[in-house]
Structure formats: C-alpha cells, structure tokens
Design a protein around this ligand. Sequence first.
Ligand SMILES: [Zn+2]
Length: 251
Amino acid sequence: MVNITNRSGWGARAPRNRSTTTWASRTGFTVHYSAGPPTQTPRQIQNFHMDTRGWADVGYNFLVDQAGNVYEGRGWLVVGAHAAPHNTSHIGVCFIGRDGDATPAAKAAIRGLYDEANRRAGKNLSRSWHGGLSGNSTSCPGADLRSWVRAGMPVSGGTTPAPTPPASARPGTTAPAWPGPILIQPPVRHTQTCRRWQTRMRERGWRITVDGWYGPASERVCRQFQTEKRLSVDGRVGPETWRASWEAPIT
Ligand SMILES: [Zn+2]
C-alpha cells in the first residue's frame, strides 16, 4: 500500500508539455537519487529541471523523501526524462538525498511503488538502478541504493510499515452514523462515504490513498482490517466494518 502526494499536494508547476506511454510498453522500474541534501523539496527539484535544465517538467515519475513520503512527479504513464533512451519503458523514481541517506522508510516507500507498479502493469517490471541501464554511465543512485536494488529491494519485516497513528485517531469515539451506500467493487465508484472511510483508515495508520474511489487497493485494506478485527471478511465496507473502523482498538 502506498500513499502518493499528488502534484497539487506539493505545489507542482504545470508541465510545458507531456507525452504518455502505456502499461504494455512499461517494462522496467529505475531507482535514482538526487545527490543533494535530503531537505530538498520536490518543487525545488522541479524548478531545477525546468529552469536550469530546460526540461518540460520534473524528470522523474515519482520522488521519495527520507521520511518515506512519496510524491507524484510525472506519474505512472507520462514519459519521464530520467534515463534516456529508457524513458518510455522505465518508470523513474528518485530518492531525495545523497548516497547513504536512504532510510528504511524511504526504501519501503520505493518498494511500495514498485509493488504498486507491478499490480497496475499486471506483470513484474525489471528492477534497475540508473547506472545499470545501457547507455547510462553514472554513479546514480549511489552505492547503498545500488546494492539494495541488486539484492531485490528487500524491506525489513517483508511489509511496508504503517505510520504511527496520531492521538486523534485513537478509539473511544463513537462511529458516525452509517451513511451508506455499502462500499463494494467492481465497478470502482467514487463516494463521499468512501472518502470518509479512507480518511479514517489512514488516521488509524493504514497506508491508503484518500481519493474517494473504492477500488482494489481500498478493498485490500478493507479485507486486511476485517481479518485483523475478526469481522466477516467480504471486502465490503458496510455498517459493521464502518463502526469497527472508528471503535475497534488499534492493534
Ligand atoms: Zn539517476
């Protein structure tokens, strides 16, 4: 499960132009680093790429910071400017920092993006690092991330750690009245009920995108939650799962 801060969420400038590719053309996933201070923001990197390099937009498809936050760059299917001539086939993800700065949270986030890319592509993309691609002679992404990619991008514990829930998320409150309709997919539908439930699950520490769309990723969170709380595991958010999302203890 991976939360992605979209472009408006980090104040991105509009791209000068963009061209798209398809999942059928996507075959690889490439890890980069910015080789700058970990405090750099996606907007600073975008400004550098657009104003100094003269590119149409930030070069990467996604960026990840030390805390494990993921930022949408060009996104899943827009051709990047990160590793010519592989930009159409490869999704480029940049860790914001120098060699040795990548934390377990950052690696878990990169791995989460890779898993999500595979899910969307319906196939396993090849794992690569910038300097390992043909025609690309560079030290990017540094020795630490290079060996991590080589090792298969392992994440300690095998799962993506959930963030610590804030105090406001602790149970003890009564669930708001069930507003309906029951959240079930397919088809993927957008509802305010879904948005409220996703917001609540995120407060509880689940990695879930709050976009109001009840799709496969939301259903997966629902099933994991139902399993954990010993509810009937049907992948639907109805009155019982809704109530538990507010009132069940966080474990
Ligand atoms: Zn690179």
